[in-house]
Design a protein around this ligand. Structure first.
Ligand SMILES: Nc1nc2c(ncn2[C@@H]2O[C@H](COP(=O)(O)OP(=O)(O)OP(=O)(O)O)[C@@H](O)[C@H]2O)c(=O)[nH]1
Ligand SMILES: [Mg+2]
Length: 251
């Protein structure tokens, strides 16, 4: 399976090298760092450890991820399409060495989309104290309850560390340019009837300066955008291709 890793990064100079170096080379074909208008050494540090650098000057998590997908499309046009795309944050909160766990259900043909759940990880003692802030716990829980209510799939987290088949990712036609990215992917995967899975992942306190959950303005903006995204897709239903009733993403 050709696996492409996309890391959106905004001022992650202190952590980006560690994230890339911890990715298991035996299962990763290419690492893309999307430098989202950083003003520090993020780009140089990522290049030094072998990442391909893309630049996205428009600030926003979704903008950065969309840039990565655009690159994958270009590769596909040149006959080098990836089979799987993995998204991962650049702050070293996720544990990149756990990537093979997320790929396994896809490799085995059991899932199309696998979300790394920090909530399941927390239940298994894999989450460092203080890494998942209360606002993230509450917000995720609310968002996942709404996804279950509207689209009938049970997720426990909107975690950033996730793997999805490339073809399925394209079929989702991702649009969000900022904080609604992760929830949009889960909503669209659920309503398209993709085989969704969740696996516990480890999580630790970030290196560097907190930008979203650790700041008041970031929390307010992200919460608002996530709820707005759920409302938007709930108000514009598409024909359900999946079986009715509650399905669970957890394994
Ligand atoms: N905030 C923010 N992050 C971006 C942007 N573009 C890319 N990123 C990256 O998105 C990832 C997630 O951002 P984080 O700041 O770690 O957000 P978080 O994990 O919710 O919260 P904290 O780690 O507590 O700040 C990191 O790798 C950022 O570098 C952007 O425009 N804004
Ligand atoms: Mg973070």
């Amino acid at each position: 399976m050709r696996t492409l890793v996309i890391i959106p990064a905004f001022n992650e100079a202190r952590s980006i090298g560690k994230v890339i170096s911890d990715l298991p080379t035996e299962v990763v074909d290419q690492v893309i760092v999307v430098n989202n208008a950083s003003t520090d050494e993020t780009e140089q540090n990522a290049r030094e450890v072998g990442a391909t650098i893309l630049r996205e000057e428009r600030q926003g998590y979704g903008f950065a991820c969309l840039k990565g997908i655009e690159y994958a499309r270009e590769q596909a046009a040149n006959g080098n399409a990836p089979d799987v795309i993995v998204f991962l944050d650049g702050d070293y909160s996720d544990h990149p060495d756990e990537l093979p766990n997320l790929l396994a259900p896809i490799q085995q043909g059991e899932a199309d989309f696998v979300v790394g759940s920090r909530i399941l990880g927390k239940h298994n003692g894999m989450v460092e104290q203080g890494a998942l802030l209360p606002q993230a716990l509450v917000g995720n829980r609310l968002a996942c309850s709404l996804i279950r209510l509207f689209w009938g799939v049970r997720f426990t987290d909107l975690g950033p560390f996730r793997a999805i088949r490339y073809r399925d990712l394209l079929s989702l036609d991702m649009q969000d340019q900022t904080y609604g990215w992760t929830v949009e992917m889960q909503i669209k995967a659920a309503r398209a009837g993709l085989r969704c899975a969740e696996l516990p992942v480890s999580y630790r306190r970030r290196i560097g300066v907190s930008k979203i959950t650790g700041t008041i303005s970031g929390t307010v903006k992200a919460s608002w955008k996530i709820l707005w995204t759920i409302g938007r897709y709930a108000a514009t239903p598409v024909s359900q291709t999946s079986a009715p009733g509650i399905r669970t993403a957890s394994q």
